[in-house]
Design a protein. Structure first.
Length: 506
């Protein structure tokens, strides 16, 4: 096998192994070591090249940015069980419930708020499914629309800061987490607005799908309703400021902001009188599992990428993608189609650790802003949670629906077919946002600090010398008079023939 064939064979073997369902972390490490041994035996690179592997692995384990992942995961796990979602949904549901589609509007808004304070899809989908789905089914909502809006609203969490996806992408692209968070604000607002507009269109054209809640279901009125809404909103706003406000203001690093979020999550659980050792233990267990998975995938991808670069795989990828028609736009369209189909089989961690490091150098060479590129990929990867049949949000909702039916909260079971068909319109809405971000980069870059560009051709250097009337060589003459080496006077300097070269000091 020639060295030029190694890179495509490695990439094809990776896709094949992952499609067969082997654990990704160990598949990456195994393929990397296997192909690395073969490359050394064929003389493609020396054994000394593999000596870079321990350095890479140590770099992964010593990366302080990755410490923010367990903090944000712990915060989301605490908030998933502390009752905040229930308060938010109950208050906003009662507030909008008198209008057609009011409960759907409430689910979308609460999904956005939960996304800004939890950062995890599972917490949002499960909480909103348990609370909202029985109410929607009981009062006549269309089943497919109800399941779709709950799953999609929980998926917004992937895009809204403090999303774990943005943290991982910032690390892989070499950009700051703060810039990634700022860049994601515009698409987050657009995604929420698109969902709200679609729900409004359903209210106009299919009002029987989203009937208003009957008076007997709206038990809160006046000051009691206001108190319930504020009880859910105010702590949420405080926690959002602790996490995002301190980060954007430069008062905390991402890791410190995550630690503040974890502390704030425990404070909210105590405020709702649900903080217990059992709750903390469950959150710690969930955090341990997620963090371990992320680290092992990252270690495996480091082994694979080292060997892949050793056989010039990065050059192969660069030649493959830079020759696409359409320039940067053609590259972005092709990459997003590729990532969209990969998301049917891989989750966002695997895509971020395996694919993004291969794409980032090409994007930078094409002059694409890497923050914009990262946010665009994040917008695309959120569809991985909504893809039938492997979307995790659909799996979470499937489990919630079964539990609700067994408890007797809904009369008839919800079929998987209804969940999958209900997700399709929302996936199309998410893809529309991908197109918007591609053709409207300002939706990302508008919130970033603009770098001041200086044109060196326009720079003029002006020097002003103050005329004091004194002879600038006078100090030198005085030094000569005091016994030092003789220095020519101003008059001597005016007539070069009178200057003795031997009297000049260097």
């Amino acid at each position: 096998m020639a060295m030029e064939q190694m890179a495509p064979v490695m990439f094809g073997a990776l896709i094949l192994v992952m499609l067969l369902g082997f654990p990704v972390a160990f598949s990456l490490a195994g393929l990397g070591l296997g192909f690395g041994y073969f490359a050394v035996s064929q003389g493609f690179f020396t054994e000394a090249f593999m000596g870079n592997l321990p350095i890479r692995l140590y770099g992964v384990l010593s990366n302080e940015l990755l410490l923010s992942i367990p903090f944000f995961t712990f915060m989301g796990a605490i908030l998933e069980r502390c009752g905040l979602a229930e308060d938010l949904l109950e208050g906003t549901g009662q507030l909008f419930g008198s209008k057609p589609g009011g409960l759907a509007f409430a689910v979308i808004l609460v999904g956005a708020i939960l996304g800004a304070i939890t950062g995890t899809v599972a917490a949002s989908v499960i909480a909103m499914g348990v609370i909202s789905l029985p109410v929607m089914m009981r009062y006549g909502y269309d089943m497919r629309f109800a399941t779709g809006v709950i799953a999609a609203s929980g998926t917004i969490t992937q895009l809204i800061p403090p999303s774990l996806v943005l943290v991982v992408l910032a690390d892989q692209l070499g950009r700051s987490v703060g810039d990634m968070y700022l860049g994601a604000i515009g698409p987050s607002l657009l995604q929420t607005a698109i969902f709200l507009l679609f729900t409004w269109a359903v209210v106009v054209f299919r009002p029987h799908w989203v009937p208003p809640l009957p008076p007997e279901a709206r038990t809160l009125q006046g000051s009691a309703l206001l108190k319930r809404v504020l009880w859910g909103m105010v702590p949420s706003v405080v926690l959002i400021f602790l996490v995002l406000g301190t980060l954007f203001m430069g008062l905390a690093t991402p890791t410190e902001a995550g630690a503040l979020g974890a502390l704030g999550g425990m404070a909210l659980a105590a405020l709702h009188k649900r903080l217990s050792w059992a709750l903390v233990w469950q959150a710690m267990d969930s955090t341990f599992r997620v963090t371990t998975m992320v680290i092992f995938i990252l270690l495996g991808s480091s082994v694979f990428s080292l060997v892949f670069q050793g056989v010039d795989g990065h050059i192969w990828i660069e030649h493959l993608l830079t020759n696409l028609p359409g320039g940067p736009i053609g590259f972005l369209i092709a990459v997003n189609i590729f990532v969209f189909f990969l998301a049917f089989f891989l989750d966002f961690f695997e895509i971020a650790f395996i694919i993004v490091p291969l794409l980032a150098p090409v994007a930078q060479k094409l002059g694409i802003d890497l923050v914009w590129f990262g946010v665009l990929l994040c917008v695309n990867m959120q569809t991985s949670f909504m893809h039938p049949p492997f979307g995790f949000a659909l799996f979470y909702l499937r489990g919630v629906a079964d539990q609700i039916h067994k408890s007797g909260a809904i009369a008839r079971p919800i079929q998987s077919r209804d969940i999958y068909l209900g997700a399709i319109p929302w996936v199309l809405l998410q893809l529309s946002l991908v197109a918007i971000v591609i053709f409207w980069p300002e939706s990302v870059t508008a919130f970033l600090d603009k770098e001041e560009v200086v044109n060196v051709d326009d720079v003029k250097i002006e020097m002003q010398i103050e005329d004091t009337g004194a002879d600038p060589l006078a100090p030198m003459v005085e030094e000569s008079a005091s016994g030092a080496e003789p220095v020519p006077s101003a008059a001597d300097m005016a007539d070069p023939s009178l200057i003795d070269p031997n009297t000049l000091r260097p």
